[in-house]
Write a protein of this length. Structure first.
Length: 126
């Protein structure tokens, strides 16, 4: 259980790593009532990657359904609004209206099997 773990001001406990299966994505919000996620996390065989949930094209949230940030091949992050596609490992846009731009990286770590965001969940520029 995560109930005995504490978040500091700079760190936000997200979930146990095992709750995000390899090849899937999940969104997290600072507010439990938020309609869209503040950040997105993708887990692959190579690691776990986190980005601000804002497309560089319009600033719009990217999920097309809750926790759905990947294309049908589950090899790229895809914006649900305009279909822009981003590499998972670095957030670089390879296709779409924001080509050659990147998603904003969120620093994360895994400690004792728990995924922790080291940056604020809420966008300070929003």
């Amino acid at each position: 259980m995560l109930s005995n773990l504490q978040s500091s001001d700079a760190e936000q406990i997200l979930c146990r790593l095992e709750e995000i299966p390899v090849g899937s994505s999940r969104g997290f919000s600072a507010e439990s009532t938020a309609y869209y996620a503040d950040i997105l996390v993708v887990r692959t065989k190579e690691g776990v990657f986190a980005y601000r949930n804002r497309c560089p094209h319009t600033g719009a949230p990217m999920e097309w359904q809750p926790d759905q940030f990947l294309d049908f091949t589950e090899t790229l992050i895809q914006c649900g609004l305009h279909g822009a596609q981003f590499r998972i490992h670095d957030g670089f846009c390879i296709s779409g209206p924001c080509q050659s731009r990147s998603l904003e990286t969120i620093n994360i770590t895994v400690r004792d099997g728990v995924l922790i965001a080291l940056d604020e969940l809420e966008d300070p520029d929003a």
